[in-house]
Design a protein around this ligand. Structure first.
Ligand code: ZN
Length: 74
């Protein structure tokens, strides 16, 4: 049996919105080169199991990251 980590649909939408809106040097560079990658090339999701619950984080290729779990929900 494995462990499956899931984003809620609200967290998925929040991740997409954050990726489009954060000031991103990596995206600027790719736009200058007219090479827009698929979302999967730019982003990774990190799940951190804690004793309070799973904390989900989205990380961009530029090094920026954004917390998807509302800590008050844990
Ligand atoms: Zn970025």
């Amino acid at each position: 049996m494995g462990i499956i980590f899931e984003l809620t649909s609200a967290q998925e939408a929040e991740a997409k919105q954050w990726l489009e809106e954060h000031a991103c040097p990596a995206r600027e560079l790719m736009e200058k080169k007219r090479r827009i990658p698929a979302l999967g090339e730019q982003v990774r999701f990190v799940f951190i199991p804690t004793f309070l619950g799973i904390i989900a984080v989205v990380e961009c290729a530029c090094g920026a990251h954004h917390l998807l779990t509302d800590l008050s929900d844990l």
